[in-house]
Design a protein around this ligand. Structure first.
Ligand SMILES: [Zn+2]
Length: 79
């Protein structure tokens, strides 16, 4: 019977800042009715959507900003 050898590799999880990484995106969401605005690069559309939503729904006073940020696992040393 042969022995089994296993090798494990450590990884470091870090934000993916490579040129081909997925874009970081921002989405506004109403915390009262859960409706979401468009997803974009965060250039002001988040608070713009919140202001328009508030105008249409004056009683909706709580909001969220949902940030999607890509991460990657970077291989490290073998153990
Ligand atoms: Zn709402």
């Amino acid at each position: 019977m042969t022995g089994e050898r296993r090798r494990f590799r450590e990884h470091v999880i870090e934000p993916d800042e490579e040129p081909d990484a997925e874009a970081i995106t921002f989405t506004a969401q109403c915390a009262v009715c859960e409706e979401r605005g468009p997803t974009g690069d965060g250039g002001g559309e988040v608070t713009g959507w919140m202001a328009r939503h508030l105008k249409a729904h004056p009683e909706h006073l709580s909001y969220r900003e949902i940030i999607t940020r890509p991460y990657r696992a970077v291989p490290g040393a073998w153990r």
